[in-house]
Design a protein around this ligand. Structure first.
Ligand SMILES: Cc1ncc(COP(=O)(O)O)c(C=O)c1O
Length: 471
């Protein structure tokens, strides 16, 4: 046993150097990879299907299995030709910061656990509030995702509203608690629904706010609000990128003393871009906000923030002090979900320090301009644009539903680019998202030419869609 441990340690440097070498090679080759792994690469993944080893394998052999078999089976979303979902790549300085974090292996719960992590995450929090122009005294919790960050914000919202009725949820729980109304957009993201469900609000109790053709709430149709209402708005609808009209909605919410939460998983970053900032006017009046780093800021997974205007309420809701582990109220373990945690704020810090305000704005604005460019080219090529791009998303179809679906799968099968399908107005639609810092005009030109070539084939083949349900 001792011998094995010594061997393992002496191999440590070589192993990590080999991992770095392999990682660098992967990144160098990503420009030529199939964006979605081919059949052979995917079927080779069965080589991972081993029985739990009795005595363990050699470390270098484990690394080589991971790279030789695992790398070809990955989706090249860290490259420039991936247009699926809203998935950013990783800016190299964030990957480098993550590399240091792995070496440090800090449990970044509080200053006592890691002075470096605590100090840097506090600065990252300040910079995020600064660049997004949110109230500077807000609490900021770095979480794993927009989903978990929304959970934190909505838990804080509920506890705060109940306290208004002198109901201390921490002591009394929820049985018999005053009722809280939750108003959501008809186009609410599924993960906000998930957070509400997990918190026990019950889907049948949620009140829907009607939306327009782009998916933005129609202010004149906003359901009744009161001081026991949580209103969930969004910045960046997942298909169209649309924003809710905050000024009239916030005015109504403020008058009613409702709590407003903003799901801005990717769209909140429009606030950092002078040409798009107007779309977010009024968003700063909300009570809580969620956004991701791992989408448009191009930090690695898992990186997100939950922000609450009332940092004391957030800290009271999320506190996890124990006799053996008490820390300041603004320690990350007392603001977010995790007790033991990685310092997810550090990649945010690294990216913001490297890009600065102008660098972030340049990425956002470039992606939005590329989305416009793609939209125009697709219209010219006979595609049906379902809405003009608001941000970095392009939503379109071609011919019938079956033709639309066939085009997406044929383009994906060729492996040069990848984007996904969605449903818009109850019909299948293609959705392109431009979110990778690596993507430039050359990549979107390739996307456009792939789409045109496949559309031509589908049209000339007179694709038979009789087996599919009609629109
Ligand atoms: C608008 C919106 N909200 C929330 C989420 C969930 O984000 P995460 O995957 O970080 O939980 C997404 C993800 O696509 C999104 O687009």
């Amino acid at each position: 046993m001792n011998r094995k441990k010594t061997q393992f340690c002496s191999m440590d440097t070589d192993l990590l150097l080999d991992a770095d070498r392999r990682a660098n090679r992967y990144l160098a080759e990503i420009a030529d990879m199939d964006v979605f792994p081919n059949e052979f690469a995917r079927s080779s993944l069965s080589r991972f299907d081993e029985n739990l080893p009795e005595n363990g394998f050699d470390t270098s052999e484990t690394l080589s299995l991971l790279d030789d078999v695992g790398s070809p089976g990955t989706v090249a979303s860290n490259g420039s030709r991936y247009f699926g979902f809203v998935i950013g790549a990783t800016i190299p300085v964030a990957a480098a910061a993550q590399r240091m974090m792995l070496a440090w292996d800090q449990c970044a719960s509080s200053y006592t656990n890691s002075p470096t992590a605590d100090v840097i995450e506090k600065i990252a929090a300040r910079w995020i509030l600064d660049i997004l122009d949110l109230p500077h005294s807000s609490g900021v919790a770095f979480g794993t995702s927009a989903t978990s960050s929304t959970l934190v914000c909505l838990a804080t919202a509920r506890r705060t509203l109940l306290l208004r009725k002198n109901w201390n949820q921490d002591v009394r729980g929820l049985r018999g608690a005053p009722e809280i109304r939750v108003v959501i957009s008809e186009k609410v993201h599924v993960t906000v629904l998930k957070a509400l469900r997990v918190l026990g609000f019950g889907e049948q109790n949620l009140i829907l706010a009607p939306v327009d053709e782009k998916g933005s709430i129609i202010p004149s149709k906003l359901p009744q609000l009161d001081e026991m209402t949580i209103l969930c708005l969004q910045a960046g609808e997942v298909n169209t990128g649309s924003f809710d009209p905050y000024l009239p909605l916030m005015t109504a919410a403020k008058a009613a003393k409702a709590w407003v939460h903003i799901d801005g998983a990717f769209g909140l970053w429009a606030r950092a871009a002078p040409k798009k900032r107007h779309l977010t006017d009024g968003v700063e009046m909300a009570d809580s906000w969620t956004t991701d780093g791992h989408k448009w800021l191009n930090t690695p997974y898992d990186g997100a923030v939950g922000v609450c205007r009332d940092r004391h309420a957030m800290a009271a809701t999320m506190n996890s002090d124990a006799d053996y582990s008490s820390a300041s109220a603004d320690s990350q373990k007392n603001l977010g979900i995790e007790f033991s945690r990685s310092a997810r704020g550090i990649p945010f810090w690294a990216v913001l320090r490297t890009l600065g305000r102008t660098g972030v704005a340049a990425i956002i604005e470039r992606h939005c301009a590329l989305a416009e460019y793609v939209a125009d080219a697709l219209v010219e090529a006979g595609f049906n644009l379902l809405t003009r791009p608001v941000l970095n998303q392009v939503l379109f179809s071609f011919g019938s539903s079956a033709e639309t679906a066939q085009i997406q799968s044929l383009v994906a099968a060729k492996g040069k680019v990848w984007f996904g399908m969605t449903v818009w107005n109850e019909a299948p639609a293609m959705r392109v998202s431009i979110s990778s810092w690596r993507t430039d005009t050359h990549d979107v030109d390739l996307l456009i030419s792939e789409l045109k070539a496949v559309a031509h084939v589908v049209r000339s083949a007179g694709y038979d869609d009789s087996w599919k349900p009609k629109d």
